[in-house]
Design a binder for this molecule. Structure first.
Ligand SMILES: C[S@@+](CC[C@H](N)C(=O)[O-])C[C@H]1O[C@@H](n2cnc3c(N)ncnc32)[C@H](O)[C@@H]1O
Length: 214
């Protein structure tokens, strides 16, 4: 019950009014560091997936074509209001990261901050990011990850039963996840709490990932 998109929709709708109080300062450095790794150009087409209340908006360049999506209408409403206050033009829509309503190759940059550890099947979101990114597209990820070279131990998996229900999964591994979904990692740096939170830039390998239906 606690590891579903329906549960995420419900809990993030409840979290929306207090999200900024918890997340704004906490992740400010990490999200800036992540976005600074993107090779920005004027006019780029940028998609924020699981954009929440839009805390990334202040740290994005202004001369881009900006799109933002989130599962929860309450989040999209707050993001839209933030964009209005900042004077940023954004096409913000309610949308499931597993089923993006955009054409193949539509974007130059896809930003996925603090969503891969939240989705029940991050592979599905990454396959969609891969599909909507152009050939030279950049995927910008910032999240908490288990080390790539060893799976989570028993204690961490036990703790994960609690954290994944109320907040986030703490057992996922960035590189295996990205490589299994057709990406290669170009940049990878720790940004918070030692190496727990990492900011990565990934680009598409030539192979298009194929996902079998569950
Ligand atoms: C921890 S918040 C991160 C929000 C924002 N990216 C940030 O950095 O502050 C996770 C967000 O992912 C959204 N989310 C969860 N599952 C989703 C899905 N399947 N599709 C789109 N958004 C989703 C939630 O509604 C929530 O806004």
């Amino acid at each position: 019950m606690f590891n579903t998109t329906g549960w995420n929709r419900l809990r993030y709708t409840l979290y929306a009014p207090v999200y900024d109080a918890v997340a704004e300062r906490t992740f400010r450095h990490a999200r800036r560091a992540a976005l600074q790794q993107v090779r920005w150009h004027s006019g780029m087409r940028v998609l924020l997936v699981g954009a929440g209340t839009g805390l990334d908006l202040p740290w994005l360049p202004r001369d881009v074509e900006l799109h933002a999506t989130d599962l929860c209408p309450a989040m999209v409403k707050r993001l839209t209001e933030r964009a209005r206050l900042l004077g940023i033009d954004v096409d913000a829509r309610v949308m499931d990261a597993e089923r993006l309503e955009y054409d193949d190759g539509r974007f130059d940059v896809v930003v996925m901050h603090l969503i891969l550890a939240v989705m029940p099947t991050p592979e599905a979101g990454l396959c969609e990011a891969h599909r909507v990114l152009g050939a030279n597209g950049q995927l910008c990820v910032m999240d908490k990850f288990q080390a790539d070279d060893r799976p989570a131990g028993l204690a961490r998996r036990g703790l994960n039963l609690i954290t994944s229900a109320i907040a986030t999964d703490i057992t996922r591994q960035a590189r295996p996840l990205l490589e299994a979904t057709g990406f290669s990692v170009d940049e990878d740096r720790p940004v918070m709490m030692g190496r727990l939170f990492r900011a990565l830039i990934a680009s598409k390998t030539s192979a298009m990932p194929t996902r079998e239906s569950p």
